[in-house]
Design a protein around this ligand. Structure first.
Ligand code: NAD
Length: 262
């Protein structure tokens, strides 16, 4: 596989949180990076933090919209001459118990994470297959794809959907030399827009603590007693897509300081 210095990466939802850290890590390794997010200004501002438009650009793309996804992939190829690595990171998290979860909540959650990542993977796969240079597709799934969390049936179900997309696409795209892997983070409180937008308040309420105590609470329940930061997830993306793991596909790596193992 190519080294990161000669790769072109597209990261969805990379104007904030984990996606932003992934884009930053890949750019630091010399990759050209496309930051795709809902808001063009935020995407461009995040790209500008990484350098000039020769190395990083921001594009507006709602991952639920096939035409916008297709346009983002086309802009990537036009700007940087190809595509090697795609990260399905865009997401939102509704935190509601079953009886409060509406059909609209279910659809929104699944539109963004299940359908959205399917559309991104599909548009990217066309380019990756055509190039015949291999490549990587990464899904930022969640510990909740496997384990139950409180009050999040719609969120967790769609994360499980993403996990199965990883397995299915590892088989289908593997024929073309493309690797597909997932990452299962947990408890990335600091820097996460999802936590700031209500998930954190809900979790704090569920656990009977103050919201500002949440990152410490999550750290304390891990095996390693460590807080998980966006950078830790970014490091896993870097390693999974690097030359040393050229023979690893269809895998999910936990980045949770050991919560899922306990
Ligand atoms: P975040 O809110 O900081 O980042 C999510 C980004 O996705 C935002 O920039 C948002 O604008 C963008 N986005 C939302 N809907 C979109 C759409 N339709 N099209 C394009 N972009 C869209 O949150 P985060 O915590 O960094 O979450 C990133 C990913 O990591 C999510 O998929 C989330 O489920 C996953 N994850 C997070 C945690 C955690 O503890 N924070 C744990 C497990 C998994």
């Amino acid at each position: 596989p190519k080294s990161h210095a000669s790769r072109v990466a597209l990261v969805t939802g990379a104007a904030s949180g984990i996606g932003k850290a992934i884009a930053s890590r890949l750019a630091a390794e010399g990759a050209c990076v496309v930051i795709a997010d809902l808001d063009l200004e935020k995407a461009q501002a995040a790209a500008a933090e990484l350098g000039s438009t020769d190395v990083a650009i921001g594009v507006q793309a709602n991952v639920t919209d096939e035409a916008q996804v297709q346009a983002a992939i086309e802009v990537t190829v036009l700007a940087f001459g190809g595509l090697d690595l795609v990260v399905n990171n865009a997401g939102l998290a509704l935190s509601k118990p079953l009886l409060d979860t509406t059909a609209e909540d279910w659809d929104l959650q699944h539109d963004v994470m299940a359908k959205g990542s399917f559309l991104v993977s599909k548009a990217a796969a066309r380019v990756l297959i055509d190039q015949q240079l291999g490549g990587d597709v990464i899904y930022i799934s969640s510990k909740n794809s496997v384990f139950a969390g409180p009050n999040n049936i719609a969120y967790s179900a769609t994360k499980a959907d993403q996990a199965h997309q990883v397995r299915l696409l590892a088989v289908e795209l593997g024929k073309h030399g493309v690797k597909v892997n997932g990452i299962n983070p947990d408890g990335v409180v600091r820097g996460s827009g999802i936590f700031a937008a209500g998930w954190g308040a809900n979790r704090a309420n569920t656990y009977g603590i103050k919201e500002e105590e949440l990152s410490m609470f999550y750290a304390q329940r891990t095996i390693l007693k460590r807080e998980v930061l966006p950078e830790n997830v970014a490091n896993a993306v870097y390693v999974l897509t690097g030359p040393e793991l050229s023979h690893t596909t269809g895998l999910h790596i936990p980045v949770d300081a050991g919560v899922a193992a306990a």
